[in-house]
Design a protein. Structure first.
Length: 518
């Protein structure tokens, strides 16, 4: 098999003044086109439905990012028919050509990096460093999946032919039309990865982005067009999940659904996709990532500074709005008080405010619904434990929630069991490492986890018994790198699809064996 070298995209060094100036210019560029109206894109044509969603800056309720036309059933069906027709030509395009589109898109995204960074700061409330990492990950997905496709193209070399008897081939062929339903929390990276994995594999897609970050999604479709992606391969149809989301999931011509989002929606999609509709002649494939209740386990006799830093950065990076975020800290009784004190001190030192200002480590939560949910969990935290940092909220200008630490929590408490998805961490004390692992596994999720320990046998025990898809030792539990830490979880965290890994593209294809007798 051919080897195609892959190198991850570097993060921007914001200690350099020139990079700070580039970001500020990116913000000026984005602010210059705020408030514009964006159409659907079906078959390369701009389609206006005259049903709108207004996207606002979560850090400033009054700042309109853009107005986006919304698809209804009529537009969704038009997009499906377009995708079906386009599939008949796109599936026969050489994998090398499809990969080249991704490589070109990566180059364009590199040139427009600070624009996309700034747009995420505005529409998703991402601080500079978080936004830059998001764009870098999107670039990584484009280059990694392009190279993966080139490697899969040469897999036929692994199939043996019988000399003078028969010639055997094994090839991957695309599935068909996919429904791509993307989240708001990594509005460039995850959308890019989900969409282009399907496209480079030879499929056509109906792209339904999250309602809160639709301008970012539109801008990325523009990048794909500039990169030479033929019209109709990606059809941009933002709209209500309860309307067009269900429609494209249930559609008999949908071949697969790729989803990232909440457990509740993911389970519903899985159930609907399992039903064979009239006229449907295949079983739909579901690729789902549905969140987590991630834990950092802290052993005794460790570097308490490392442990506290890992907890705080994992819990409060991008206001805890990551499916990989540390939502639980499980700490050995011998170091509990010391680690908790350092967590409190580090949390109180975090600066909360408008992410347009580089000095602010944390920005707002995404919208009013998230803000209300966090307020409810803060009230619950005061009952189920002791709030020792944060606990205050302010919606006067944006959806701001202080980073909140709740200690002395029972492992069975709701705040130790439910996905909160915000700047909120619950902490409990355990008597030994065995109990720590028992508590860590005591959840319906299984996405990420981390162990801080200097005990080799404890680490080896966790390697076998900590039941998560992404396990980290002596570091934070967020920040999976494409190609290095393929990402996906167990149990109710989804189908363990391992985005950014060598098996991901195969989920969008099916194997075909061809044997010719000689």
């Amino acid at each position: 098999m051919a080897i195609y070298p892959y190198k991850t995209e570097s993060l921007t060094d914001f200690s350099k003044k020139e990079n700070q100036e580039k970001y500020l210019k990116g913000l000026e560029l984005v602010e210059g086109y705020l408030g514009k109206t964006y159409p659907l894109i079906i078959g390369g044509k701009r389609v206006e439905s005259n049903k709108f969603v207004d996207s606002y800056n979560p850090a400033n309720h009054k700042e309109l990012i853009g107005r986006i036309h919304q698809a209804g059933i009529k537009e969704a069906e038009k997009a499906m028919q377009t995708a079906l027709e386009t599939f008949e030509t796109w599936r026969k395009v050489s994998p090398k050509v499809r990969a080249d589109v991704l490589f070109k898109a990566a180059a364009i995204l590199k040139r427009r990096r600070f624009e996309f960074n700034a747009l995420m700061t505005k529409e998703a409330g991402k601080p500079w460093i978080e936004a830059d990492a998001d764009t870098a990950e999107a670039i990584d997905f484009l280059e990694y999946y392009g190279r993966q496709m080139l490697e899969l193209e040469s897999i036929d070399n692994k199939i043996q032919s019988r000399r003078d008897i028969e010639r055997n081939e094994y090839r991957y062929i695309p599935l068909g039309v996919g429904a791509i339903i993307t989240p708001w929390n990594f509005p460039t990276a995850i959308l890019t990865g989900m969409t282009t994995a399907a496209v480079v594999s030879g499929n056509t897609v109906l792209l339904k982005p999250a309602s809160t970050t639709q301008v970012i999604a539109y801008k990325f479709v523009e990048v794909l067009e500039e990169a030479g992606l033929p019209a109709g391969v990606v059809n941009f149809i933002p709209g209500k999940g309860s309307e067009i989301g269900e429609y494209i999931v249930n559609h008999p011509k949908t071949r697969f659904i790729s989803f990232t989002g909440s457990k509740a929606v993911g389970v519903s999609i899985y159930e609907k996709a399992a039903k064979v509709q009239p006229g449907q002649i295949w079983l739909k494939r579901v690729i789902a990532e549905m969140g987590g209740k991630d834990a950092i386990v802290v052993d005794k006799e460790i570097d308490t500074e490392l442990a506290a830093s890992a907890i705080v950065s994992s819990a409060f990076g991008f206001s805890g709005q990551k499916c990989s975020a540390c939502s639980r800290a499980i700490i050995h009784q011998d170091v509990y008080d010391e680690v908790v004190k350092k967590v409190i001190d580090k949390t109180k030192a975090l600066k909360l405010g408008d992410p347009r200002d580089f000095a602010n480590y944390m920005g707002p939560v995404i919208d009013e619904a998230a803000y209300k949910r966090l307020n409810e969990y803060i009230e619950l935290g005061a009952k189920e434990g002791k709030i020792v940092a944060g606990g205050k909220t302010d919606a006067s200008k944006g959806w701001f929630v202080e980073p909140t630490v709740v200690i002395d929590v029972d492992p069975q408490a709701r705040i130790m069991q439910e996905e909160i998805f915000g700047p909120y961490v619950a902490i409990c004390k355990v008597k030994d490492f065995d109990e720590a692992l028992e508590v860590a596994n005591n959840t319906e999720y299984g996405l990420t986890g981390s162990v801080i320990s200097n005990n080799r046998m404890h680490l080896e025990k966790a390697r076998e018994d900590f039941h998560v898809g992404n396990l980290y030792f002596n570091r934070k539990c967020t920040g999976a790198i494409v190609g290095y830490q393929p990402f996906g979880g167990f149990n109710m965290s989804g189908t363990d699809s391992k985005a950014g890994g060598p098996d991901y593209l195969v989920l969008h294809m099916q194997g075909k064996t061809i044997s010719e007798q000689l």
